[in-house]
Design a protein around this ligand. Sequence first.
Ligand SMILES: C[S@@+](CC[C@H](N)C(=O)[O-])C[C@H]1O[C@@H](n2cnc3c(N)ncnc32)[C@H](O)[C@@H]1O
Length: 389
Amino acid sequence: MANKNLSEAKKAKQDEFYTQMNDIQAEINAYLDYDENTFRGKTVLLPCDDPDWSNFTLFFAQNFERLGLKKLISTSYAPESKTAKYGSLFEYAASQSDETPKNERGKIFVLDHDTNRNGRIDFEDLEWEYLKGDGDFRSEEVCRLRDESDIIVTNPPFSMFREFLAWILGGHNRDDESTYWDSRHLGGVGKQFLIIGNMNAITYKEVFPLIMGNKLWLGESIHSGDREFGVPDDYPLEAAGWRIDAKGKHYIRVKGVRWFTNLEHGRRHQPLQLMTMAQNIKHSKHKEVRGVGYLRYVNYDAIEVPFTDAIPSDYDGVMGVPISFLDKYCPEQFEIIGISLELADMAKIKQRLGRLNGGPRLYTERNGELVRQYERILICRRRESCQSC
Ligand SMILES: C[S@@+](CC[C@H](N)C(=O)[O-])C[C@H]1O[C@@H](n2cnc3c(N)ncnc32)[C@H](O)[C@@H]1O
């Protein structure tokens, strides 16, 4: 129980990570490079934000005209409702009026015209008021904003990623549990979205079918390494990789972060440049492949490809690749068959080992010993004549 509380507290702390401007800029620019009209005439909703100071609100407001937006709406969660209460710097001190801050209520910021009549629409034209409730994204009033919007962009609370995606795609609200992850709603309501989450979300049973069905993919700009997020002043800086800038703002680095989206971008249509199987065996930079070749799995009919850049261009069968393959995935080049979590035949492994060491995974065999692999995505190259898919 103590452990559960600890891990929940840890998750709640991560709900207060704030996205940096350069990460937002780089990602949005990728969509504009692909199609400069991606946001034109659209209503963009930024939920789970903090419009008083958020970089999302700042970026979209400052670029309102360049993006050609019709309307920008941004909502924040009430300071009193946050599980991890830091807030001294961010919310409690952030009232923009003389009245006493209503810390039990969320805020809504709207931008759709030149309020100060200076000839341009930007951050200074944002109008705000308190929401009726706390700004929970599942509340009736924020659900209505979702329904009104065309594109939803945010870094949602890390601990609620599944629920948040379900809320976008399924039209879920907290008064109607029946719509929650109802498969009939997946991808059915026509919303576009761009949200930040952890790479591991790829393996969620609710998320992977969307990736397989080409209804969700990874964004353009974050592929590997970690990303820096702003944290409140009193966030405990015990982990490695933190920094305090010259103005005293605190940052920490987070591993495995990705953009998840259904907005088109150019990178995902660029096929990977790969070597043939023979070339890989001769020249691969990976010692696991060079001079060794490709092992077959014991509990699924496919070969193990431990690195994305070692995928053989001429292999017609099914291949297991690391989940980071999705950073390079081009749906015109490969078809996704499934994920090891669902396809691994664990009965075979139990028979061999007499027990299971954890959940479903693919196994190879080396010198008579079974080797448990990391999570793998099973793919097959797209070819008219390919027999395997
Ligand atoms: C990861 S932070 C990101 C903030 C901002 N979008 C950004 O990237 O700079 C997530 C935000 O969602 C808020 N939040 C947590 N639970 C929420 C809920 N149920 N409804 C709405 N917002 C929530 C958190 O308090 C936090 O401000």
